[in-house]
Design a protein around this ligand. Sequence first.
Ligand code: P1T
Length: 385
Amino acid sequence: MSHSSHKIGTKFIHAGTVPDPSTGAIMTPIYQTSTYVQEAPGVNQGYEYARSQNPTRKALEDALATIENGKHGLAFGSGVAATDAVIKLLSPGDEVIAANDMYGGTYRLFTKVFAKFGIKFTYVDTTNPQNVQNAITPQTKLIWIETPTNPLMNITDIAAVASISKAAGTILCVDNTFASPYLQNPLDLGADIVMHSATKYLGGHSDVIQGALILNDDQLREQLYFIQKSCGAVPGPMDCFLVLRGIKTLHVRMKQHCENGIAVAQFLRNHPKVDKVYWCGFTDHPNHTIAASQMRGFGGMMSFTLKDDSMEAANKVLTNTHLFALAESLGGVESLINHPASMTHASIPREERIKNGLSDGLIRLSVGIEDADDLIADLDAALNK
Ligand code: P1T
């Protein structure tokens, strides 16, 4: 049954899963197998070898397509493996225009792995679509944006960049990890591919590493499926099951992330020791109008700096929270605190980071779904140490 006409919560719960044909199991079983018996050479039930096909992965991939309003979903062993597959669509000499603020691991993959294969990456501030337009050359094949960005919460107008991309005949891929499909659906705004680190909000419980691509174009799907099976960065069935289960509560979790996000952002903004809060829900955020028009809420991700911009002051906060655990990653039910300069974005050269506004003292929060009052008390105590 197609769930594309249902409301978001119904869609998230029912997407991809049908009672298992062999037993009627309501949840798609974890098909922990590497291969499938064939009746005769080439005569099988559509499953030959688990790198190419697995029923648990198939249920998840169908769910991924449904929740992003796309036609096709593809699951990968991690978010960076999904990104890797997109770049493998390209050939030496091709050019990519990428956002100058994004997850450090994406930057590392582009600059340290793919640049040496002759793919050129040009980094621009995509919050002004004109910068994307100006960077296009006849060799540009792909535009890569993240919105909101990790960790500065910059917002790019997806529809504006999509129309630039269409006119130039390039592929637009949007990393939708921070927003999740509950808050934003880039395919509806004209993007060609949506990428997720499913490790984050889709899984939602900090217990799995996984990536996803969702798209509409049949030919592009064939190319990406070919890369998925040829390069082999596929997730195991247990991990597919976990993400499938996570998706069923995505809408409920995201409502609470949004509610807690508002409370924590406002608390930080009013705190005398806090300098700047990076959160796209503030009406004076430079791209708030675009955020409000392309997103259904502002989520639980935010960053902030202290008036005392020394590393010592930042370290005091980073090491004195008790509910906010000091850790990389985000999007789980529990709150996390992170220091991008030394942790998630350490692979970006310091001068590059500083130029783009990511200071040494920046602190990032993934606000979880605990009770907001407890989270605020935890931050207040750490800030007042
Ligand atoms: O970790 P992995 O599942 O491979 O996903 C990579 C990735 C891609 N895109 C964004 C926006 C991300 O935030 C990430 C992973 N980020 C972290 C681990 C982090 O703490 O920022």
